[in-house]
Design a protein. Sequence first.
Length: 220
Amino acid sequence: MPASVYVVSIDPQASTVWWANRINDLPFDFSQEHETPENLAVLKDTGAQVHVVANQKGGVGKTTTTLNLGAIVSDTLKGQDKGLQHVFIDTPGSLQDENLLLEALKYAHDVIIPMPPEGLAFDPTARTIQKVIEPTGLPFKVTVNNWDPRDGTADLEDTKAYIDAQGWPRAEAVIRRYKVHTRASVEGKVVTQYPKNRVAMEAREDFFRLALELGYGGRS
Ligand SMILES: Nc1ncnc2c1ncn2[C@@H]1O[C@H](COP(=O)(O)OP(=O)(O)OP(=O)(O)O)[C@@H](O)[C@H]1O
Ligand SMILES: [Mg+2]
């Protein structure tokens, strides 16, 4: 059965491929295309929804979000033999590689912008949105990632208020910070492969909620 989800990385840093190579039984198709971004043009003819995960600030959770949304959506579509439905593109976290991001946006239907709840991320995120995303006219959503509930809600509320004040669409779903996500990249696991315990279920729930809210997987 052809995979319902395809994950592509165009990040030359290639941490995605490092991660993906470590995963046994990837729940989606995967390829690394930073050297041949023109290959993305085939996506136009697949009929699949193409989602670009972008933020030119490094380390905000683009790769984590891409792989785990891919895994959750693939899980949701399990057993439905409808061919390729969703493509997730992981993009570089640097200004130098803006041309690669622009190439991916040519084929995108929407954009997901992960952002941590910290002031240092505000300006770089704003730059990506104002200079790169908004000019495309594509629908986008900013998603707060890496919020640690143990830190209290002040930073989260400040970040939500900042996003709302900019007039950017914001996902209600917040991706909480869990060690299990940080460890996953080392262990080569995506969220659908985490051990079945309470923390892992909560970690999974965040991506499930986000996928549902974004309407990926047909159950929104
Ligand atoms: N919700 C989270 N909980 C715990 N750790 C997280 C979470 N999101 C991201 N991380 C960790 O933060 C680090 C950076 O995340 P990630 O690699 O996904 O960011 P990125 O935006 O893809 O970075 P780059 O710009 O370098 O590509 C990783 O070690 C990852 O495991
Ligand atoms: Mg990355």
